[in-house]
Design a protein around this ligand. Sequence first.
Ligand code: GLC
Ligand code: GLC
Length: 814
Amino acid sequence: MKYGHFDDRSREYVITRPDTPLPWINYLGCQAYFGIISNTAGGYSFYRDARLRRLTRYRYNNVPMDFGGRYIYLRDDQSGQFWSPSWQPTRNELEDYSCRHGMGYSIIGSSFTGIEAHTRYFVPLDETLEIWQLTITNHRATRAQISSFASIEFCLWDAQDDATNFQRNFNTGQVEVEDGVIYHKTEYRERRNHFAYFACSQPGAGFDTQREAFLGAYRGWDAPAAVEAGQLTNSIAHGWSPIGAHQVKIDLAPGETRQIVFVLGYHENPVDQKFDPPGSQTINKISVKPVIAKYLDPVEADAAFEHLRQYWASLLGIFQVDTPDIHTNRMVNIWNAYQCMATFNMSRSASFYESGIGRGLGFRDSNQDLLGFVHMVPARARERILDLASTQLATGGAYHQYQPLTKRGNNDIGGGFNDDPHWLIIGVSAYLKETGDWSILDELVPYDNQPGSEAPLYDHLQRSFHYTLERLGPHGLPLIGRADWNDCLNLNCFSDTPGQSFQTTTNKEGKVAESVFIAGLFVHSGRELAAIAARRGLNAEAAAYLTEVAKMKQVVLSHGWDGEWFLRAYDDLGAKVGSKECEEGKIFIESNGYCVLAGIGLDDGKAAQALAAVHDRLATKHGIVVQQPAYSRYYLNLGEISSYPPGYKENAGVFCHVNPWVMIAETRLGHGDQAHDYYSRINPSAREEIGDLHRCEPYVYAQMIAGPDAPTFGEAKNSWLTGTAAWNYYAIVQWILGIRTTLDGLQIAPVIPKSWPGFTATRIFRGVTYNISIERQGEGEQISLTVDGTPIKGNIVPPPADARRKVTIKGILS
Ligand code: GLC
Ligand code: GLC
């Protein structure tokens, strides 16, 4: 069953019933001010850091679910009836409900008793505020007297403290109301120099800033007492829970439409200019007032919206494709690229599943995310790389996470995840291939943010590589440390104490447990590094890397091959993990996908054998699971992976992040049909029809789909913030469609389904627009290319030697 439909022309997903199985969200903001917004206007806003600068309050895991948001109420002042056009929080029976989630905006609304109302929510570029444009139309035959109420609940900034420290927080809340604008200034009197504000374009008929005055004691957002009564009370918050609520009365003739604009924003003042007059306790509003006035003007608001639309059109315009498969097209052209930008902006911090108070930016996650967004925001990718590298340790290892506000490594979780350093090489390599900006390698970057430790970024890559060589185990495979990519395969943890963190508890020194996955990753990143070294003229160094890569490949073939597939690891006792000798967890996806992706076993049949085993043992109609058989009980020597009930998360769930490794691996063997088939199994658009089973948004990937061992096989969880976005984008664009960035230019090497007659694409690459058309004339993957009519050798199109900025590439597959 479907809960809406795609509107590809408008780049929107249109939800047509409000009671989606889970809140289906969207993101507002793309620079410094952000919000999440659900299809019923739930969600919250923050400035830069979802934990430390939370503007509005949200209660996770609440009942009813998804409560707290940007709520608008309308009240018929003749009958006294009131409702919310976004369904929540009042949940009336609405007509023509729709929520259009678009690129950086959402439009939510409906009709009720002849009154149509829609609100467009978005964050203008280069501003730290959000605009709500409420449009109300009277479709009745008679005049309508309507009160409209807009409301938010302020968070007292630190979302963690806000949810726990009530003995303090019930005393600190403060507001000011001036010229109809509500200012939230809790803690402004002391060390903060920032405040929030909530403003309305129309003269107000009342306001409230104290939650209890608005809602009434023991009442909820579904029936605020002041809305029911039809009159806000002009309350001023002193402690307790400051809110912002505005009331506007409108009298609408039949057919008349009116717009009201609300602006919710964040503002900082210089520390020595906080108050006006100086010495008072009143917020200095000199610099904020013009901003508020500007965006309350509907003409300015419309212009800001148009600007935002153009921004997204230009980002998405960098790569567009037209294939015979509509699901491929809309994910590549719109939603997958958009999701990649969300993972860039949010990392894993704020979604319906990530509470904004948990993790910082992951070292491994953020480096992999680069694969999906580097072409859209190369300058910001550059900055991200340098930030990440600054949290690398002098050993070459890395802090597993860092805080976006401070850009410092996170001590609580520390380091010791032995795959981490290699993702930096992969990320930097992706950046170089996209931009050709070799200067990044000479940037001086500190280790562990320590002044004095600065070294060229290239030095960081060298240390990343050596980190593994200095940490080899008994078979010559890389030691796993706390964990590799699979955070839940904790071979040195041995935790028997409830509540201990599998991520940080390490009970073994870790001199035995080895990872075949890291070996595959090493082979891949080592080749990338060798190519970079060669480009720098360091031929001996490049050759040395390739020697180590060749050795590692040999070690994998001798000690990492289980007979029919690649082993996953050796545990602390030296016993095999992911082997036919194991009772459970006989075969894993990561080592098989990654070793083949890295090219191991391509020449001796092992790669094909491994992928056949993945196909036969791990692939399901809902995607490829992590391992089989699932762990049916807790294993002390394996850790968190066995803590999950079978079929969920890392214990034999379909972890969508790693499925693309197998897709890429399949393309390396020329299996376009198989690669695209795997791609389609987890493509959210292709799963739209099974919305009741899938349950998450059909326009973005979820981290996980329950595997066949789970009672809810096929059910997705944890949508939006997952490495799945980048890897699927990378797999379809660069390996299946085969439009691949290389150090030497754009490579065209499609491995597409046999039934496709071809496809066309546009790619803006290093300032040149390439119009690409691929035509299939035979069933194979041999390609012959002409560039602006001239045949070229090979499949790499070098940048034009002349001033051409538009290039036509034609490819014939035979
Ligand atoms: C989560 C983590 C990621 C990890 C994966 C597998 O997605 O963010 O770092 O690799 O789980 O455990
Ligand atoms: C849990 C999750 C894993 C995630 C990790 C991050 O282990 O299962 O997916 O990477 O938490 O802290």
